[in-house]
Design a binder for this molecule. Sequence first.
Ligand SMILES: O=C(O)c1ccccc1NCC(=O)[C@H](O)[C@H](O)COP(=O)(O)O
Length: 215
Amino acid sequence: MTNINPISIKYCGFRTIEDAKFAATLPIQAIGFILVPNRKRTVSLEQVAEILPHIPKHIQTVGVFQNPSLVEVSEAIAIGLTMIQLHGQESPSFCQQIKQRWDIPIIKVFPESKIEEISFFKSYIDIILLDHAAGGAGVPIDWSRIPSAKAIADQNSVSLWIAGGLNETNIADLYHNYEIDGIDLSSGIEIDGQKNNQKMIEIIERMDRHGKVRK
Ligand SMILES: O=C(O)c1ccccc1NCC(=O)[C@H](O)[C@H](O)COP(=O)(O)O
């Protein structure tokens, strides 16, 4: 086993109070909301504002954007989201502006083909998320790029989380074979496009068997 540490878990793409409340009963570190327009999991700020009072403070609430304006980011922070995920072609200077204005944790997404760009962002981001540019497609990334990404993450003192098609059948392979700090799932905790409580539990149970759940 490469990684002996517990792993942070983000469950993403919530649309209902009921699903988010259930997820928040589990030992996860973050819950994500898709604020990218016209996607199947897109929610409005009004919907997120109704969900947030049901999420305990120890769980980070993440607004997921693709190439947002600073105004959109400020509106998300104003309703109480505690973390910003940038899932587009945002520049280092854009991340810097968010950090300087709000000092909020930032997850920056990098497709495997862009990991060499990570060092330009190092002072402005907190978590590197290796994922597909599109996001939420349920398709695994090329895991062979994870060791290079981890080396760059370590050099820059940021965490490395992995997304893309993770589910109860492949997460053990991931954390047994690669050193990572967190995982992010959406399709893998759904059945027929709906969040599924049993799937959310199954991921935690499998990880717990290997001492991987952060408690
Ligand atoms: O989930 C979406 O629909 C989505 C749309 C646009 C940008 C990002 C999106 N998701 C971001 C996430 O953090 C997902 O959890 C991550 O991509 C993993 O998704 P999946 O492969 O379905 O597990």
